[in-house]
Unconditional design. Structure first.
Lengths: 211, 211
DNA sequence: TAACTAACGTACCAGTTCGTACATTAGAAA
DNA sequence: TTTCTAATGTACGAACTGGTACGTTAGTTA
């Protein structure tokens, strides 16, 4: 209701957002139990009290972080426009969107890791998330159907499986960057190798689909 | 030096091993900061005091867990015998060994996740690990060279990259089981789908390599 | 301008958690 | 049997950490 002056001393929305921003970093970086409520508060311009005022507690704050992170991705994934591309190029494009997205949101990737570490028990409490991710798969399913219809793709593939192949590659590259670097002395996120991996992913997926 | 009677009330080696066993589970399940020293001790037949007696502290115990976990894998990876197979079958076999291994060692996968969550900072302190994993890649490199020599494989591929493709798929399936299940209602480790995924991985990799 | 409420800050508590001081015992060695 | 030490157990403390009671202030509304 109030105008965005940018100079107000009291701004509920801004306080909430700032809390979520910092909490996202903290939870992604240190995990759920590793993150400290005091530390999160200290890195904002407000106090710990506000976490309890706006969210109720550490767990609800984490839930808020998770929900917002997935919501942002939903928006990003809608941007892929592949209807005008031939099936092979379209699959490649979809893979690249996922590739770019993973690279651009390391904090999100880490949150996924954190969630899996705790058997996704928090995610189950955010019912809204379930129908959220299906749109990406639906898009892919459409492209695959076109490819099969054109006789370009093998006809025994499941869209969710293909989505999994794409996700694995993109996820691994970001999530396991550090152990990979330590074990093989290769930085998977080295900008110099970015195009190489992006192309590789496209080759990998289209190579699998092709008849 | 002393014989393994199995009934001794005091057995340094057994106490140490038991501590490592339980700690592996705890660290894998709850992460480094989530794991509780008291809880680890309680789940053994000894006391917390022994953690400090044998390892020095929580961090060194974690280091011990990490080192042993990787050492076990080294042994497992040596078992692949692919010299008598043609290059295509050999690549498929190597991928399957990795596939099986990931599935059989979820705790190890989780530890890798835990390590990445903390920028692999502990792993760097275990210098012994670095040269450890290279054997798997060397094996793969040999097979790839054979395939290129036979004119079966494209000649612009790097063994470490192929190892990464294989690892991503296998890792993702185990590591992201829970979020995937929550979001898409599909259990990636469902035994009924196991062969399907195992074959899929082989198709994926050989499809990419084929000229 | 007085009253009212949403937004915010301070100080503190209670439970937890890593770590340690100190006492004790099993079994080997003399 | 006595001595000695590696191995083990008990009890406790200091720091940390999530959460809360209570007081204060900005800005709105009558």
């Amino acid at each position: 209701m109030t105008a965005e002056t940018g100079e107000r001393r009291r701004d509920a929305e801004r306080t909430r957002t700032e809390l979520l921003d910092v909490a996202t970093e903290e939870f992604a970086e240190r995990g759920y139990s590793g993150a400290r409520v005091d530390e999160i508060a200290a890195r904002t311009r407000t106090t710990k009290r506000m976490i309890y005022y706006y969210f109720g507690g550490k767990e609800q704050l984490y839930l808020g972080v998770l929900e917002r992170a997935y919501a942002e991705i939903r928006a990003a994934e809608r941007t892929a426009d592949v209807d005008h591309l031939d099936p092979v190029a379209a699959v490649r494009r979809l893979a690249e969107v996922t590739f770019d997205h993973h690279e651009a949101h390391p904090a999100f990737i880490k949150l996924v890791g954190v969630e899996n570490a705790q058997q996704a028990k928090h995610m189950n409490h955010v019912a809204r998330l379930v129908d959220l991710n299906s749109s990406a798969v639906d898009l892919l399913a459409g492209v695959l159907a076109r490819g099969v219809g054109d006789g370009l793709f093998r006809d025994d593939v499941d869209a969710l499986d293909v989505h999994m192949m794409i996700s694995s590659f993109c996820f691994f590259r970001v999530a396991n960057r550090h152990t990979w670097g330590a074990l093989f002395d290769r930085d998977l996120l080295d900008p110099a190798r970015r195009e190489h991996y992006r192309t590789m992913l496209g080759d990998l997926i289209t190579g699998y689909l092709r008849k």
